[in-house]
Write a protein that binds this ligand. Sequence first.
Ligand code: NAP
Length: 291
Amino acid sequence: MTDRHPVTVVGLGAMGREIARVLLEAGHPATVWNRTPSRADDLVAEGATRADTVAQAVTSSPLVMVCVLDYAATRELLEPVAAELAGRTVVQLTTGTPRQARELAAWAAECGIDYVDSGMMATPPMIGSETSQFLYSGDEAAFQRYRPALELLGTSRWFGADAGLASLYDLALLSGMYTMFAGFLHGAAMVGTAGVSAAEFAASAGEWLRAMTASLPYAAAFVDSGDYTTDVQSVEFNKAALDVIVQASVDQGVAPDLVAPIQELLARQLAEGHGEESFDRIIESIRSRPA
Ligand SMILES: NC(=O)c1ccc[n+]([C@@H]2O[C@H](COP(=O)([O-])OP(=O)(O)OC[C@H]3O[C@@H](n4cnc5c(N)ncnc54)[C@H](OP(=O)(O)O)[C@@H]3O)[C@@H](O)[C@H]2O)c1
């Protein structure tokens, strides 16, 4: 496999376009296909080859990257061209669940297609920059074969043969991101009742949250050991803190929808007799363990 092998990108939305552009700029002959053909126009002007059909797109390159809305769209596009895809590598960049990734990998295996699933930890402008991370799992030989091209999109992280793992890790990271943003928005709503702008709040919230991430390894140690014995930050202590936050929110006219579930999880741990143990024990109310 030469460094600058042909690549095909199926799906030219905000992400797919940037992916195609980065590969093209690095010198890969790129074939592109999009349901709405006009979205390929600027890439074609920059040197990409437009495929008129999905079949033509997938037979133009040994590496086919798919970046569409969801797995249903992916299947709609790929199933009719299974025979053409046999012997090639599909890298599925579209976001989906681990189950969808495993099911698509099983289908690909039946069809003789090498399958790699991916979670893209990036936004369109981040693609190709050092802040972009792409998570991969599935067929390791295919991943290694095309790794130089994949590294152009962002730092690659490999998670093993289970095609669902990249997606699982991706969605776990996004869960942390969404709850962090939601927490920020709750705080902004609270201080907003006193006329403080979200911009002003963002400055202190950013500083505080960055400092708090330093405690993640300590939380992890409780979770991994299953021993929640602590002298500080107990369930009881934090339940009292959440009671105050919820009450203050209500007093200020802010709906406690975002913080009340944490209060509820702490109440459950307290009721089960774990008041003296660490805050992190709330994970025991939500986790399931591998069989
Ligand atoms: N944007 C982000 O920051 C980001 C970050 C990480 C992951 N992702 C994931 O990356 C994937 C693509 O996101 P995006 O931001 O590029 O989305 P987007 O801008 O909304 O583009 C969606 C793409 O999917 C195509 N599509 C939708 N339904 C289709 C169908 N039934 N058949 C064929 N093509 C179909 C669209 O074609 P048309 O042009 O014809 O509509 C378009 O090319 C999604 O799974 C998203 O969750 C996005």
